[in-house]
Write a protein that binds this ligand. Structure first.
Ligand code: NDP
Length: 443
């Protein structure tokens, strides 16, 4: 049996109850197989055995007092996956579905993603099974402060630098950063995604969504296509979805649908993004409220956003939100490009459908790397005690996304899999981390 297959089997057996982690492992190791098996030095140095095992996993209790005076308890995680090329870096997710499998898959993916950015950042991820929905500001603050009381001792600007993710935006990062500062007596860039007035970077809020569209735009351009006059469907209506919509609209696309976990809206005239921002960023409401702003739009309860006809699909909500049937429907409706704003939104079977039908498919670890890349720019600005303009950061982001596209396209071509960006992203991401691990010896 090949080295890669052996490690995949062993790791799946060792992590039996972790389906999302197994899915990420399978996707990455299966595509790496020819590359790794042709280079026996990796096996000699036990690179895969070390790569699949996180350097450190923290699981801890978060007790906090709700508005009625009752003590609540949540479980939090921080998976410090790989520090071969820099301090651990990756977001914190607050969602009731959070468990070890999800945080491990995210941390594993993050290691490759961060490598693709070309910046010195290792891979990590964290979160808690806490649901911010329906909680008061004081409850959110109590939870964030309690979580940081424990997490503080494990992170630092050169050790581990968390950021936001699902359920963690500027408000939560502010509370967590404040508590870290209080406990350490040190104002340092230990979090990214901070508020602009206390060390945040301009364009960080927009970066993941903008970066996704920059990468897709470059991919389309190199295939004699563009966003102009194209119909686009974006899932989710959170941070990534909103700014992907904004940039796609700026490039002349007509975004016709958005969603949240309750349902989706279709607005054939093009989404009114100001209305969505008011609903989601100001009122923290539901996407169904969109109908009160645009009565002619349609709201559909439940799943089904991928049945809306489009040229380009941008899944920006969560893992496994797009399955094989959704992929078939998209292909049937003429969709020719898919860019993953979320992490692992397409199932393995859905990805196969896209690749089989020649859909231009950008996997999340490349397509949504603009967020963490701009976080690394925030770290640089913090380290230099200065801040760049929006245009400066945006320009750097665009350059990074173009480089990522060129890097994964070249790696795919070199592997004899032209336009298979899953193969390209996995090889390009892996090579740098593996080589850094080889150079650092048995650590
Ligand atoms: P937000 O919390 O801002 O938004 C998430 C959106 O997805 C919401 O509309 C939410 O709906 C929806 N959603 C979440 N869970 C589910 C679910 N189980 N089923 C259906 N819809 C769901 O998160 P972000 O926009 O920051 O993150 C979205 C994705 O992008 C995630 O996969 C994240 O890991 C990834 N990502 C984010 C980066 C960032 O910089 N923020 C960077 C790189 C990747 P509802 O409000 O109803 O829950």
């Amino acid at each position: 049996m090949s080295y890669t297959k052996k490690i995949l089997e062993q790791t799946i057996n060792k992590n039996q109850n972790e389906p999302e982690f197994q899915q990420a492992l399978t996707e990455i190791l299966a595509t790496l197989q020819p590359f790794v098996d042709a280079r026996p030095e990796y096996e000699k140095a036990s690179i895969l055995e070390r790569l699949v095992e996180p350097e450190r996993v923290l699981i801890f209790r978060v007790p906090w007092v709700d508005d009625s005076g009752k003590i609540q308890v949540n479980r939090a995680y921080r998976v410090q996956y790989n520090s071969a090329i820099g301090p651990y870096k990756g977001g914190m997710r607050f969602h009731p579905s959070v468990n070890l499998s999800i945080i491990k898959f995210l941390g594993f993916e993050q290691t490759f993603k961060n490598s693709l950015t070309g910046q010195p950042i290792g891979g990590g991820k964290g979160g808690a099974d806490f649901d911010p929905k329906g909680k008061s500001d004081s409850e959110i603050m109590a939870f964030c402060q309690s979580l940081m009381t424990e997490l503080t001792r494990h992170i630092g600007r050169l050790t581990d630098v968390p950021a936001g993710d699902i359920g963690v935006g500027a408000r939560e990062i502010g509370y967590m950063f404040g508590q870290y500062k209080r406990l350490t007596n040190c104002f340092e860039g230990v979090f990214t995604g901070k508020g602009i007035i206390y060390g945040g970077s301009l364009a960080r809020k927009e970066a993941t969504g903008y970066g996704l569209v920059y990468l897709m735009d470059e991919m389309l351009r190199q295939h004699d296509k563009s966003f102009n006059d194209k119909t686009v469907v974006v899932s989710g209506s959170g941070n990534v979805a909103i700014y992907a919509t904004q940039k796609a609209q700026q490039l002349g696309a007509r975004v016709v649908a958005l969603s949240d976990s309750n349902g989706y809206i279709v607005d054939a005239d093009g989404i009114d993004l100001a209305a969505v921002k008011e609903i989601k960023e100001v009122k923290r409401g539901r996407i169904s409220d969109y109908k009160t702003y645009r009565p002619k739009s349609e709201y559909v309860e439940g799943k089904g956003i991928w049945s809306v006809k489009c040229d380009v699909a941008l899944p920006c909500a969560t893992q496994n939100e797009l399955d094989e049937n959704d992929a078939k429907q998209l292909v049937q409706n003429g969709c020719f490009a898919v860019g993953e704003g979320a992490n692992m939104p397409s199932t393995l079977q859905a990805v196969d459908v896209f690749l089989h039908h020649g859909v231009l498919f950008a996997p999340g670890k490349a397509a949504n790397a603009g967020g963490v890349a701009t976080s690394a720019l925030e770290m640089s600005q913090n380290a230099m005690l200065l801040s760049w303009t929006f245009d400066e950061v945006d320009k750097q982001l665009k350059g990074i996304m173009t480089n990522i596209y060129n890097g994964i396209a070249a790696a795919a071509k070199e592997a004899g899999a032209e336009d298979n960006f899953v193969v390209g992203a996995n090889i390009a991401g892996f090579k740098k981390v593996a080589d850094a691990m080889m150079q650092q010896g048995a650590v």
